[in-house]
Design a protein around this ligand. Structure first.
Ligand code: GTP
Ligand code: MG
Length: 199
């Protein structure tokens, strides 16, 4: 995919109204620190346009990145970040739920899970929310560079079993370090954008 323009167009906090976008949206959900912002940077061909941090809890707003004036990447706040008051966590949860529920232009949700870990209770809850809202999440197994190549099939299987995925549901292993998996994700996005253009 050729990335011509990238613009952080809208930042939504807990009290902000969601934008009424007219272009397709692709959202990225997952636990805090799993690599959502890093994946978005890779998909924008930018090193650090989306702020990333080794400290979990970096992205605390819903950030809409306008790509090529054609579609949006939506960076969601990470869940499961321990150092935040329960009250704030609940508000983030509501904010994410509200977004899933009230976004007519949302076309695809990528759910990111660290390839090294079994899905957590929060991951499963997020997966269920997505499905309950009528979407089929695409699972991205992040930080692929952190495990040996020989361990990948087993790790993917653990994710599949942990989330209770069917054989037709997709898991794409990805590394923000090596960019492995990026083409596959880009292809998927292009296909959806093109199918909408041709409607
Ligand atoms: N080795 C490796 N490190 C990664 C990868 N992706 C992200 N990281 C690192 O993981 C940390 C968290 O990455 P972020 O992209 O900020 O994670 P996030 O999911 O946006 O986190 P929040 O905004 O807190 O929800 C950073 O130190 C990144 O450099 C990857 O594919 N490989
Ligand atoms: Mg982030």
């Amino acid at each position: 995919m050729i990335i011509k323009t990238v613009e952080l167009e809208t930042v939504c906090g807990i009290t902000s109204k969601l934008p009424e976008n007219t272009k397709p949206e692709f959202a990225f959900a997952g636990k805090s620190n799993v690599g959502k912002s890093s994946l978005i940077n890779a998909l924008m061909n930018r090193k650090s346009y989306a702020r990333i941090s080794s400290q979990p809890g970096k992205t605390q707003t819903i950030n809409f990145y306008n790509i090529n004036e054609a579609f949006y990447y939506v960076d969601l706040p990470g869940y499961g970040y321990a150092k935040v008051a329960l009250e704030v966590k609940a508000k983030w949860g509501k904010m994410i739920e509200n977004y899933l529920h009230n976004s007519p232009m949302l076309r695809c949700i990528f759910l990111l899970i660290d390839i090294r870990h079994e899905p957590s209770v929060n991951d499963k809850t997020m997966y269920d929310w997505i499905v309950q809202n009528g979407f089929h999440p695409v699972i991205i197994a992040t930080k692929l560079d952190k495990i040996k190549r020989s361990q990948v099939p087993k790790a993917v299987k653990i994710l599949r079993t942990g989330l209770g995925l069917g054989p037709e549901e997709l898991i794409i292993p990805f590394s923000a370090e090596t960019k492995q998996g990026r083409e596959e994700i880009w292809d998927m996005i292009s296909e959806i954008v093109n199918s909408i253009d041709n409607e």
